[in-house]
Structures are given as C-alpha cells and as structure tokens.
Design a protein around this ligand. Structure first.
Ligand code: 13P
Ligand code: SF4
Length: 302
C-alpha cells in the first residue's frame, strides 16, 4: 500500500474508533506526523490520561505504553510493536531491586520512568530526566538508591552533593555512543553553536555540553532561544520534532546521528494493523497498576 493511502486509512480508522494516537519524540517522522500528540514518555502518559478517548495507541517502547496504562487503567492501551523494548528499562530486574532493598534498608528508592511496571512497584518515587535532580534533592533520606541509568545518576549526584547516591550501573546503548571527541568536532564544524545533550550521555559528554536536558527540556530551550543553530546529543528522531518547533533554525547531531532501533521499529503499516486489529493490548494486573502508580503519583506530588 502507498504511504499516502496508509495515512488516509489510519486517519479514517482513528476517527471511526475514536482513538488517540501518541508518539514519542524518537519515532520516525511519518509516525510523529500522523500522531495527535508527540512528547516525552511521561508527558504522553499524562496526555493520554487527561484525554477523553478510551482507545489509546502508543507509538514508542513498551515501558512507555505501560506507564500510559498505569495512569489510564480503564482505557484500552495498544502498542503497534510489542517487541519494541528498551534495553535500559530491561537492565534491572525485580530480584536486583529486592537485593538493594535488603542491603540498603534505610535508603530511598528513586527510579527513572524508563523502568518496567514490575520494577516501578518496588520504588518509592519515580523520576524523569527533567525532574530527577529536584526530586532527589527533596527526598528526606540522605541515602538514595538510584536506578537504572548510571549517567543520569552521576548527573544527579553532581547536582545534589549533599545526598549519598547508590547508582545502578545500567545505561542507554544509544546515548552512550556519543563521545567527548564528537562534541569537540561538532563545535569546530559549527563555531559558537550551543551543544544540548540528554543526561543519559556519558559524564564527559555532559561536562563538555552547554545544556543538559530531557527531550521536553530541549524543546523548551530551542523554543525560547534566539539562536538559529543547535547541536543536539540525543536520538536522531528528536531533530524532526525540534525542526517542527523551530522551522527557521538548523539542527546538527553531536557527531553522527544515533538511532534507537527499538524506537524505529514502528512503521505506518504497524500502526495501521494495530488500529485494524486492536493489537497488541497492554495488560497489567490490578495489583501491579495500584502499586506502580504510587511512585508516579509521589513524583507528581513532589
Ligand atoms: P525522554 O523522557 O527525555 O523523552 O527520554 C526518553 C528516553 O527513552 C531517553 O532515551
Ligand atoms: Fe531506551 Fe535508550 Fe532507546 Fe530511550 S533511546 S528507548 S533509553 S534504548
């Protein structure tokens, strides 16, 4: 089927079924363009919860669709590619968290939103890359087990030196590919241009950048900046999103473009099949939802 025909069918089915389509900032341009909303994982989960639609199609990776289901337990949440996982979220198991709990009984447990639902159940509070520093600073405990991303953990530790962080050594295989040399070369190629990187990048890349921000933070920064050029250190799909925000500006990747293969799995044909067959649905049991929503609500309250 032709691309335009697929887009027309997706729109027709979406209207007929009263569905809401949301897409993460790293999705391929065609998916971002056909979605009702694009955003970061938490932003999208909250959008889907606030929306009147009862049928949600989440174009992203599995932990993101799960977070949407946790915040919208009465809605039907579909993911076009159930095999789109996140190696960062998958790098920490329930058993490991239980081990940490035994070893650090007095610590607070702060976990990135990039975790699977069964791990969220065991957390005291969730964080995003946008609010991790603030949330950890506000926790009453001095000792904090921070999981699963070590680079985000190091960044938080540096920003909140009064806390003692025990950092799980997981990482994002995409963001870890950016190097300090990439930053130096990009600056040489585009003198005077600001370098904006995601906190999942290695500490020396974060230190060499001008701005450290989540994907939502990057959007806010470029929207408010008078600059006409930006060097971006995150998954390349985000540049499509940033260009829409600032069509007058130019965006370059730090070094070469880095791709998250899981984010790129969802194609228009997958989205169409998902809407036609209402597959695959995210199913979580009631207890998991009840317990996994707790750290998310705590984060929102804080
Ligand atoms: P954001 O929450 O900043 O969108 O990041 C999600 C993610 O998967 C980062 O790699
Ligand atoms: Fe996971 Fe990294 Fe892909 Fe984000 S970019 S979904 S953290 S693997």
């Amino acid at each position: 089927m032709e691309k335009n025909e697929m887009i027309a069918k997706i729109k027709e089915l979406k209207a007929k079924k009263g569905a809401l389509i949301v897409a993460h900032n790293y999705q391929i341009p065609e998916i971002q363009d056909v979605a009702d909303f694009t955003g970061d994982s938490l932003e999208l989960a909250r959008k889907t919860a606030a929306a009147p639609e009862k049928l949600i199609v989440f174009c992203g990776v599995k932990f993101m669709a799960e977070t949407a289901k946790i915040l919208s337990p009465d809605k039907k949440v579909l993911i076009p590619r159930i095999d789109a996982g996140c190696p960062l979220a998958d790098c920490i198991t329930v058993e490991e968290v239980k081990e940490y709990r035994k070893k650090y009984p007095n610590a607070a447990f702060a976990g990135y939103v990039n975790t699977n639902a069964e791990v969220k159940v065991l957390l005291d509070v969730c964080v995003t890359s946008a609010n991790a520093v603030d949330i950890v600073r506000k926790l009453p405990q001095k000792q904090v087990v921070f999981l699963p991303d070590k680079n985000l953990g190091y960044w938080v530790q540096k920003s909140v030196p009064e806390k003692e962080l025990i950092i799980h050594q997981g990482g994002c295989i995409v963001h870890r590919q950016f190097t300090k040399e990439d930053v130096i070369k990009s600056r040489e190629a585009h003198p005077g241009t600001k370098v904006i990187v995601h906190p999942e990048c290695e500490p020396e890349v974060v230190d060499a950048a001008d701005v450290v921000a989540s994907t939502a933070g990057m959007i806010k920064f470029v929207r408010e900046s008078p600059d006409k050029q930006f060097i971006i250190g995150t998954e390349e799909g985000h540049i499509h999103r940033l260009k829409k925000e600032r069509p007058d500006a130019e965006f370059f990747s730090v070094g070469s473009a880095k791709i998250c293969v899981n984010m790129k799995k969802t194609r228009l044909s997958d989205l169409l099949a998902c809407l036609e067959q209402e597959k695959t649905e995210i199913i979580l049991d009631k207890d998991t939802i009840k317990n996994a929503i707790r750290p998310i609500e705590k984060m929102v309250a804080m």
